[in-house]
Design a protein. Sequence first.
Length: 76
Amino acid sequence: MTDEEKLIVSTLDKIRHFLQKDGGDCEFVSFKDGIVYVKMHGACQDCMYADQDIKGLVEVILQEEVPGVLEVKLAE
């Protein structure tokens, strides 16, 4: 795991409680070309607001905390 990936995982650990309090969770999958790929779990997995949570919470915080993060997307 690269230093950037370790920082991404560490940052996700800091914000994970926001998702967990609503019964969901977020898992790091990969980081490539400035894009962080994540999987949503629990209540977040099928939630119609998952994209908003990713863009409005996860992406914003990762962009602030981790140099080089341009975007966060759901892993397929």
